[in-house]
Design a protein around this ligand. Structure first.
Ligand code: AP5
Ligand code: NA
Length: 345
């Protein structure tokens, strides 16, 4: 990093979750009617998973939650603390302590809403080979309310930021907060970035997603998420480029700044879609023996992207840093990093 950035230039909202991660046999997934690459919300029938992972599968505890992951990675690359501010809701327990400690160690400025009588959220990460299946028990994270953003000190943080990032996952929790942040970004003509996050968001939360979308300047997603969005819109599915073009052409509040879509496709090139143009950014494919787990790759991609975007770098640099960060995280368990960042523009 060359110059010093404004503190709190980037604000994010999301679900702070502690990941409980373990390698499991396929029949463990079958027992809970889960697939190898799911990302779902826990129902009552999933609740025994968390205890079983700890008791029978030597589970690891890792800081998670999609937006918090991305912001931690951005902080790691920036090497300047407190550039990013994070809002989300936790309980008053040991897990909240672990999350806060990891976030602060990364340099993130966390402002959790604390719900005393509800446990901090967790996400089961079920690893089978190179696949990972996620089952989030939002718990306290589901209790985030807009009054937290209206507290004067938090409102000042939102008002002072220049960039805003919220996951699609947060649509299941508190759309009014998303709309308020989006409206602030719009009024101040500052970029508002969102993520499609998981197919189930397009399948079951399309109404709040469509309400937020007109405010979205940059939308991130992976292949499966883009296909799910297309299907829910009854667009012809299949061609990711076509889906991206339709996505950027949807209604936008500020037409002077056309929407951009950035779609990742694993080890295949990242697509940058702007109006009628589609650019490809190659990914350096990792050898199988280098891959620890891909959990957090998409979040790390966004983190790398944001670290450059808040410095006003070109989209080309932002995407290359996204690929760098994702590649690094894949070589580490969960969404964790090791050593110093080595991204060169
Ligand atoms: P998870 O969905 O696993 O993380 P992710 O960041 O989305 O990672 P994926 O592996 O799914 O990547 P992707 O498919 O998005 O991206 P792609 O493969 O295109 O989720 C992790 C976190 O989500 C957990 O911490 C959990 O807490 C949280 N979470 C779950 N439910 C939640 C909820 N309800 N609310 C909040 N949080 C929740 O890859 C992206 C990039 O990676 C590529 O562009 C490339 O650069 C790189 N890459 C991928 N594969 C390769 C490869 N083979 N070689 C080299 N580079 C690669
Ligand atoms: Na990883």
């Amino acid at each position: 990093m060359t110059s010093t950035l404004q503190e709190g230039i980037l604000v994010g909202c999301g679900n702070p979750l502690l990941d409980i991660s373990a390698v499991v046999p396929l029949n463990f997934l079958q027992k809970y009617s889960m697939n190898e690459d799911d990302a779902i919300l826990a129902e009552d029938r999933h609740m025994p998973i968390y205890g079983e992972l700890v008791e029978d599968y030597q589970a690891e505890f890792l800081a998670g939650g999609s937006v918090q992951n991305s912001l931690r990675i951005a902080q790691w690359i920036l090497r300047q603390p407190r550039v990013a501010v994070f809002f989300g809701c936790v309980g008053e327990d040991r897990y909240a302590g672990i999350l806060k400690e990891k976030a602060q160690a990364a340099g993130l400025d966390v402002h959790y809403q604390v719900k005393k009588d509800v446990p901090t959220g967790t996400c089961a990460v079920l690893i089978t080979g190179t696949h990972r299946s996620l089952c989030a028990n939002l718990a306290a994270a589901n209790n985030f309310t807009i009054d937290h953003l209206e507290e004067p000190s938090n409102k000042a943080l939102v008002d002072n930021a220049q960039y805003y990032y919220i996951s699609g996952f947060f649509l299941t929790v508190n759309p009014p907060s998303i709309m308020q942040v989006a409206a602030t970004a719009h009024a101040k003509q500052r970029p508002f970035l969102m993520n499609l996050s998981a197919p189930f968001i397009s399948q079951f939360y399309m109404a709040p997603l469509l309400a937020a979308l007109p405010y979205v300047d940059i939308i991130f997603g992976n292949e499966a998420e883009a296909q799910a969005f297309a299907e829910a819109q009854q667009w012809p599915s299949g061609d990711l480029r076509e889906i991206g073009k339709r996505l950027v052409a949807m209604e936008k509040k500020n037409p002077a700044r056309p929407r951009i879509a950035i779609l990742t496709q694993g080890c295949d090139p990242v697509l940058l879609i702007q109006q009628d143009s589609v650019q490809e950014f190659p990914v350096t494919k990792l050898a199988v023996h280098e891959i620890v787990d891909t959990n957090g790759a998409g979040d790390a991609f966004v983190g790398g992207f944001l670290s450059q975007f808040v410095q006003g770098k070109s989209l080309d640099v932002c995407i290359r840093c996204g690929n760098y960060a994702a590649g690094h995280i894949i070589k580490n368990p969960g969404c964790t990093y090791s050593g110093e960042p080595e991204f060169v523009e």
